[in-house]
Design a protein around this ligand. Structure first.
Ligand code: 3PG
Length: 204
């Protein structure tokens, strides 16, 4: 089974994707994968999201997961649609237990020490730091990571091409998440490929 750690180390940036129209899904996925960003997080924020996951999975090289998964019902829908990993903005015990039971790679959001401790209680060590900039930016994550040396992070929320290298140079950060690489609306595949190529070029 692929682990969340392996998925996080596949590319430096995980695009956070909002799909309004399933027609946009495949060109977007093709552009991102061609540019080197293979791990795609499709947020369950629109009615097109589950169909978008199904469609994007057919793009060769794409590793497609669901984001904004906030409860067990959404988890079941996301797995049904073929999601290969699950991202949540937060962490409840019920969602965490269900994801572990379903043996699906799971990246829950944390923003403080108690969130991390709830994750550790469940046996989880890999977390999304969300909302990264609003929750104090890199200084906050450095302070938070210090007592939890076994944990690894994907900051998301306010990450840009400009600030991503700073985050990626902090060892416990395996990758960053961001919507800037995945424009909303009709897609110019080549333009997306170029944006993705810049992002994928950032190495740790
Ligand atoms: C998310 O939905 O995970 C983040 O809100 C994405 O944040 P961004 O739009 O600031 O990249």
């Amino acid at each position: 089974m692929t682990t969340i750690a392996e998925i996080m180390q596949t590319a430096p940036v995980i695009p956070v994707i909002v799909v309004d129209d399933v027609e946009h899904a495949v060109p977007l996925a093709r552009g991102l994968v061609a540019g080197g960003l293979r791990v795609l997080e499709v947020t369950l924020r629109t009615s097109a999201a589950l169909d978008a996951i199904r469609a994007m999975k057919l793009v060769e090289g794409a590793i497609v997961g669901a984001g904004t998964v906030t409860n067990q019902h959404e988890l079941a829908d996301a797995i049904d649609a073929g999601s290969e990993f699950i991202v949540s903005p937060g962490l409840t015990e019920s969602l965490g237990k269900a994801a572990i039971r379903d043996e699906i790679p799971f990246l829950p959001g944390i923003a403080n020490a108690s969130d991390i401790m709830r994750g550790l209680d469940l046996g989880l060590t890999h977390f999304k730091f969300f909302p990264a900039m609003a929750a104090g930016g890199l200084p906050a994550l450095k302070a938070l990571a210090a007592p939890f040396g076994q944990c690894r992070f994907c900051p998301t929320g306010g990450i840009t091409l400009e600030n991503a290298p700073d985050w990626l140079s902090f060892d416990p950060v395996l990758c960053v998440g961001g919507s800037w690489v995945a424009p909303r609306g009709p897609v110019d595949e080549h333009q997306v490929e170029e944006i993705a190529r810049q992002a994928a070029g950032m190495r740790r």
